[in-house]
Design a protein around this ligand. Structure first.
Ligand code: GLN
Length: 542
């Protein structure tokens, strides 16, 4: 039997609904259940792929090539279940499906309306592509009261009604602000938020109360009374030091028990959360620390590089060290000397990025890492910049650049017009629409014998996730390899350079894919483990 848990948020945004959903997923999984997590996003973009990371945070790419909300990254990291295209939907996608059906005449003359056509399409999404899951956790983005959320709330109301109480549950996440003048946590915003939900026909069954401290018993009882929820279903969700502590604290506060009790599931067995405890212990008490400079472009919003920050932490966990991340806007290197910013770091990472702005600064950071022997990891754009740097400064290829920056004399990185996806050939050109048209999702890559990456991965063929429009030009392979930049990973047909590394350097790797998307706390990505290990070695040297 599949049970559906609908998770909404109230009072303010950014309460960590995604982490809360992921943590509940992990706890139910620890109880032996098969879980799936999904996200319903109320914005009008068809997917977040065209949005700036500084607006909405990172775009998380799934194996099957969907550009999705970053919360799907949390779901994957907490549960290990690979997210799929069918796990994220937006208002834009729902409307575009309904309108395309309308154009085809599918509605047979009916007036197409929000209720029932849009709500039906949302309900279809909620139960599509499932396979015997015990629990489906559906998070509704945004905050209750937003105009955009209304069709989603109406759809989950209808869906729960159809499923019945024994198969559906509403969790509402709210905020209890602490007023220092009053010396207490205020419950009124929560009461209002619950009332707002009720006005839409939804009664919260479990309340998850976020606050900067534990919610005292009297406040819990008051909330229970006013919000029509049993006291044991008012769960305290205090701030914690690391997100990996959330499953532990939720369990302690009785969240998973409340959910199981609601569904009449026996919960006598003590839950073994040892692996979460181990991770938290390692994060809180590292043996030492290393400093990694992340030289990027979207440094003002931490969420813009969410998976990257997590993957670096995972690399730290694997090496028993803490990772201090120094987020540097690469544009600064176009007017200031890199030395001042980079001389005391043990590793340099240039992450994914788009557009010319800040590119020369990234190239300057690559040059510094190459010349000074500082461990370097270049991801996607960071690999492309490493190749351009080597082309200009090692191979003396004049005017080496990327066609992403306009016309360049030597197209060392160029627009990809054709590639193989499985047995089919995908084609793009300059006039293709921007949305969803990059090389997206999982692609295989062959690692060359004797290379650094071959020893890092320990296998010959890997599969990693991509999201880019441009590719390193294979025509330059020989010239660059003669200068020491080895093309150590290629697409199986040998046409697309996927990994480069420097022969004469302690640790210098550029990858065309995004390894951070596959890293998990319990399975740190080998590249991040090896990169942080190299940084630790560097810290011992210098
Ligand atoms: N802008 C580059 C491209 O499209 C790199 C993209 C990325 O770093 N994800 O190829």
């Amino acid at each position: 039997m599949t049970r559906f848990v609908f998770i909404t948020g109230g009072v303010v945004s950014s309460l960590g609904k995604g982490i809360s959903s992921a943590a509940l997923g992990a706890l139910l999984q620890a109880r032996g259940f098969k879980v799936r997590l999904r996200k319903l996003d109320p914005y009008l973009n068809v997917d977040p792929g065209t949005m700036s990371p500084t607006q909405h945070g990172e775009v998380f790419v799934t194996d099957d090539g969907a550009e999705t909300d970053l919360d799907l990254g949390h779901y994957e990291r907490f549960t290990g279940v690979s997210a799929r295209r069918s796990d994220n939907v937006t208002t834009g996608k729902i409307y575009s499906n309904v309108i395309s059906r309308e154009r085809k005449g599918v509605y047979l003359g009916a007036t197409v309306q929000v209720i029932p056509h849009i709500t039906d399409a949302i309900k279809e999404f909620i139960s599509a592509d499932l396979s015997d899951e015990d629990f489906v956790l559906c998070e509704v983005g945004g905050t209750v009261g937003d105009i955009e959320s209304l069709p989603f709330l109406e759809a989950i109301r209808q869906k729960a009604n159809e499923l019945g109480k024994d198969k559906s549950l509403f969790v509402h996440l709210t905020l209890l602000p602490h007023l220092s003048a009053a010396g207490e946590l205020k419950t009124k915003p929560t009461q209002h938020s619950v009332k707002e939900l009720q006005s839409m026909g939804i009664t919260a069954d479990v309340l998850l109360c976020r606050s900067d401290r534990e919610v005292p018993e009297d406040a819990r009882r008051k909330i229970a009374l006013f919000c029509n929820v049993k006291p044991e279903r008012v769960i305290s969700a205090p701030d914690v030091e690391t997100i990996y502590e959330v499953p532990l604290i939720y369990h302690e506060q009785g969240f998973d028990k409340a959910v199981c009790d609601y569904f009449g599931i026996e919960t006598s067995a003590k839950l073994n959360l040892r692996r979460w405890q181990d991770i938290v212990t390692r994060i809180k008490g590292p043996e030492s620390r290393v400093k990694i400079a992340v030289v990027g472009k979207y440094t003002e919003l931490p969420d813009a590089y969410k998976s990257l920050a997590e993957a670096l932490d995972h690399g730290g966990i694997a090496n028993n060290v803490g990772v201090n991340m120094d987020w540097i806007d690469s544009e600064i290197f176009e007017s200031e000397d890199v030395v001042h910013y980079l001389e005391d770091v043990q590793g340099i990472l240039v992450p994914g990025g788009f557009g010319e702005r800040g590119a020369e600064g990234k190239i300057a950071a690559v040059k510094f890492a190459r010349e000074r022997g500082v461990p370097y990891l270049g991801i996607c754009f960071g690999m492309q910049m490493a190749v351009i740097e080597a082309a200009r400064n090692l191979a003396s290829i004049d005017g080496a650049g990327s066609t992403e920056f306009g016309s360049v004399r030597n197209q060392v990185v160029g627009l990809l017009t054709e590639w193989k996806k499985g047995t089919t050939r995908e084609r793009r050109d300059q006039h293709t629409e921007l949305g969803g048209s990059m090389r997206l999702g999982a692609y295989p890559c062959k690692l060359s014998e004797g290379s650094l990456v071959r020893s890092v991965y320990g296998i010959e063929e890997i599969v990693e996730r991509h999201r880019h429009r441009y590719e390193v030009n294979i025509d330059y392979q020989q010239r660059l390899e003669e200068c020491g930049l080895i093309f150590s990973g290629l697409s199986p047909d040998g046409h697309l350079p996927e990994i480069v590394e420097l022969a004469d350097h302690p640790w210098f790797v550029g990858v065309q894919f995004h390894p951070e998307l596959r890293s998990k706390p319990f399975e740190p990505h080998p590249l991040f483990t090896a990169f942080i290990k190299a940084a630790v070695e560097r810290s011992r040297l210098v």
